[in-house]
Design a protein around this ligand. Sequence first.
Ligand SMILES: [Zn+2]
Length: 424
Amino acid sequence: MNPDQLKARIESKRDDLIDLTQRLVRIPTINPPGDFYTPCAELLGDRLRARGFELKYIRATNTPGDSDRYPRTNVVARRTGKKAGPVVHFNGHIDVVEVGSGWSVDPFAAEIKDGRIYGRGTADMKGGIAAAIIAMEALLELEPDLPGTLELSGTADEESGGYGGVAYLCEQGLLTRDTVDHVIIPEPLNKDRVCLGHRGVWWAEIETFGRIAHGSMPCLGDSAIRHMGAVLGAMETTLYPQLARKTTAMPVVPDGAKQSTLNINSLHGGQGEGHDGLPAPVVADSCRMIIDRRFLIEEPLDTVKGEVREMLESLTGSRTGFRYALRDLFEVHPTMTNKDAPVARSVAEAIRTVLGRDPDYVVSPGTYDQKHIDRIGRLHNCIAYGPGILDLAHTPDEYVGIDDLVTSAQVMALATYQLVHGHG
Ligand SMILES: [Zn+2]
């Protein structure tokens, strides 16, 4: 097939691509709580059934948040060619995050302005899902006897960890290295970038302890908040500089995330907030901090945890009355696909053909569903590639550029063509 033919076919579907993106965005699949997953999955399913795909709807029962009111509905569509060949799988999450404030447009109207579609989920990542569908449809129109198998899954709960979505499909054997060869996740990483993976995550809670007493006589108590102040001080003087010195082979974007990072998500000590009237005078006997540590592929998780524990232990040694607890909340290991993996090579080649330039290789600062495909599915030939600007994800006035939608669909179609013909 001539690449120009495929590009032209997709260009001719521009209006269809816009319309499909708009229809997906107009279903407000906000997570939490996980609204409208079923109609959104059905919109994808109905569309692909009409193109000869077989469908499976899978409800991830007994996963966090699943209920009859908010079922964790996933769809897997599969089209097996008459000629044998590799299985290419597109995975996109159908959930979006809350709207938040600061919008100048209706977040679920999917309005078009200046060549962009605006709305929650346009970039992250309903535009990418629509582009993948248009890519597969154009391929099948031009080559009805396309070998191999095309799959698309629309999955729940990526924004809340993916347990009722991709993790569940992997556990059910639907997205593993035994059943799928190549995976492309059309997350918004830009039309000219191949995203190889993501950093790791460790969330933990640090609690410092004190002794409650009357606020007029702090000498009789021991302030947990002052102990936490010492923790903050140690972070500034030792831990942050230590993290900033680490280097990595991971091409993380943006530049500021190309190191180990630690965010303090929340900090609370003493009396609860939200009561009426004046507070009572007491010395705080507890102070709690939630930390969000993002780490690199070069760092073992034990080391990551060990650094924090060491800092706390050294305070125990140096500070009178210092007592603490450190609790693990959540962890994800980093993942990075090799640049030479077949799916990465094919998408890179397709970017060269469509855009006439070399792709950038990037690693996402935060995690996405590749973690489950990697660890549960043991399928390492997986990348993220899709339209939209990463920085716009989760922001007010999120948008996706229409030209970028078209370009990325062309790249996905060309890459898929190469892969199903075994040229990957
Ligand atoms: Zn996303």
